[in-house]
Design a protein around this ligand. Structure first.
Ligand code: GLU
Length: 160
């Protein structure tokens, strides 16, 4: 069962996200990742197969800093456990990052629809459709775009 952590703080959230994932390690998972909004506004993503310590070693070796971030431990249901399938999943313009727990039952149908509009999929997960759908609906209101996107999703899930 996966774990989701999100943080907004006045300090760098990378250590907060890693601590949060460590607390959720008892749940069982196959890979872990974070996405952090840097001070230049760009989303930086890091993902590692295996234990959270691999991800924290990655961040220790080459730190990412920012005050908003999300993190995930994945228990694969769609797509093998590898780095490409680990979360966060990004939209095409790399501005929307999502972490997802659960299954999107109608992902094939949504994937077909988005592919027809030129969207390129980079993972085998059901989750990636969520990031692309939010980008598709986003104009200037993220909340509205997330609402519209989630109205299209079938299944039981949580996301950040
Ligand atoms: N269904 C998603 C995947 O396979 C999320 C799995 C989870 O809940 O960790 O990537």
């Amino acid at each position: 069962m996966c774990g989701i952590v999100g943080a907004v703080a006045e300090r760098n959230v990378a250590p907060i996200l890693i601590q949060g994932l460590q607390r959720l390690e008892y749940r069982g998972y196959d890979s872990a990742g974070v996405a952090i909004v840097q001070s230049d506004g760009k989303v930086q993503r890091r993902r590692e197969v295996g234990k959270v310590v691999n991800l924290s070693d990655n961040l220790d070796a080459d730190p990412v800093k920012g005050s908003i971030g999300i993190a995930h431990t994945r228990w694969a249901t769609h797509g093998i456990p590898n780095e490409k399938n680990a979360h966060p999943q990004l939209s095409g313009n790399k501005k929307i990052a999502i972490v997802h727990n659960g299954i999107i039952e109608n992902f094939n149908e949504l994937k077909e629809e988005l592919s027809k509009n030129g969207v390129i999929f980079r993972s085998q997960t059901d989750s990636e459709v969520i990031a692309h759908l939010i980008e598709h609906y986003f104009k200037d209101d993220l909340y509205a775009a997330v609402k519209q996107a989630t109205e299209r999703l079938k299944g039981a899930y949580a996301l950040a």
